[in-house]
Design a protein around this ligand. Structure first.
Ligand SMILES: [Cu+2]
Length: 168
């Protein structure tokens, strides 16, 4: 009896450790916020890295965009790309609509001029911009992040990331 209990205890401890390791790995995986809530996304050579982002609805997250290119990039969050004259100019549905994200520096939050649609975060060459927001649970689903500068040139070149908003 005593031996069985010891074996059961060892197996149980093993399972707990394995679960903890798996949860930690999931938490620190690229494309997810770290324990500090920061999700760093590098923009370099007209591409996002990582290009697959996952956040949890109802939890505060800070997207930290680090632009290593010399040119400026915009970041819009949304889905359903709007085309005008065969060029991509923004998202029809804005993920951040009505959410008042905290953008640092605040001047990086810009309203795009036509033909572009929606709001965007301007990240100048070499600059880092933080965008803090809590995505509500009614926006769970698949979204995108993208830069439409050059009438979609940057977006088509690779400045397009998928953003999954998971249910809590
Ligand atoms: Cu760009």
């Amino acid at each position: 009896m005593g031996r069985t209990r010891i074996i059961a205890a060892v197996v149980l401890i093993g399972l707990v450790v394995a679960a903890a390791v798996l949860l930690t790995a999931r938490r620190d995986a690229p494309g997810r916020p770290g324990a500090d809530g920061i999700l760093e996304v590098v923009m370099e050579d007209y591409a996002f890295s990582p290009a697959e982002l996952t956040v949890t609805a109802g939890e505060p997250v800070t997207f930290r965009f680090v632009n290593r290119d010399e040119v400026s990039h915009h970041v819009s969050f949304g889905r359903d790309v709007v085309e005008e004259g065969g060029r991509d100019v923004g998202f029809a549905e804005d993920l951040l609509a009505g959410l008042s994200p905290r953008v640092s520096p605040a001047t990086a939050w810009v309203e795009l001029d036509p033909p572009y649609v929606g709001d965007a975060i301007l990240v100048q060459g070499g600059q880092t911009v933080d965008v803090s927001v809590t995505v509500p649970v009614d926006r769970v689903g698949e979204w995108q992040a993208g830069c439409f500068t050059g009438r979609g040139c940057h977006f088509r070149a690779g400045l397009a990331a998928t953003l999954v908003v998971e249910a809590p």
